[in-house]
Design a protein around this ligand. Structure first.
Ligand code: RTP
Ligand code: MG
Length: 156
């Protein structure tokens, strides 16, 4: 019998340069919350790559310091998979400002590992379109296919 395809939503997560020394704890947090890490790479982005990645913020006051921060050291980029992963991962990050995160979401990653409005430890895609773009940005060769329940067992 034809099995329906199961689509497991993917999102792009980054451990930023300020939190790279805490990456073991952050990776444990990710797995403890039921995300599968489908792809993972450690890299040191150039300022040009950071500008491309955060192009939506070009022209904003904080753009130059954001580029300088994100290119200041190694990062870990990951593809996470889970049902509703985009929204759930954003929830676990907490608000953009680490100060605000400590006030309103004390259990969030940015509350625990972030420092200020900019050095906030972690990134997450904010939409389906954004996730597709960001996954392609870091993992251009990845084959992105839906996981089909029919892959597990075939009935004839
Ligand atoms: P992200 O894209 O990194 O997951 O963060 P976000 O959606 O929560 O926030 P966004 O508005 O997209 O900003 C991107 C990153 O820019 C830095 N930022 N600095 N006022 C500031 O100094 C300021 N505002 C934003 C942060 O690193 C933020 O995560
Ligand atoms: Mg953003």
């Amino acid at each position: 019998m034809e099995q329906p395809a199961i689509f497991v939503e993917r999102t792009l997560a980054i451990i930023k340069p300020d939190a790279i020394d805490q990456s073991a704890a952050i990776l444990r947090f990710i797995e403890d919350h039921g995300f599968a890490i489908l792809q993972q790479r450690r890299l040191h982005m150039t300022p040009e790559q950071c500008s491309d990645f955060y192009a939506e913020h070009y022209g904003k006051m904080f753009f130059p310091s954001l580029v300088s921060f994100m290119s200041s050291g190694p990062i870990i980029a990951m593809v996470l998979a889970k049902e509703n992963s985009i929204l759930e991962w954003r929830d676990l990050l907490g608000p953009t400002s680490s100060h605000r995160a400590r006030e309103t979401h004390p259990e969030s990653l940015r509350a625990i590992y972030g420092t200020d409005d900019q050095r906030n430890a972690v990134h997450g895609s904010d939409s389906q379109k954004g996730a597709e773009r960001e996954i392609r940005f870091f993992f251009p060769d990845a084959v992105v296919e839906p996981i089909s329940s029919g892959d597990q067992a075939t009935d004839y």
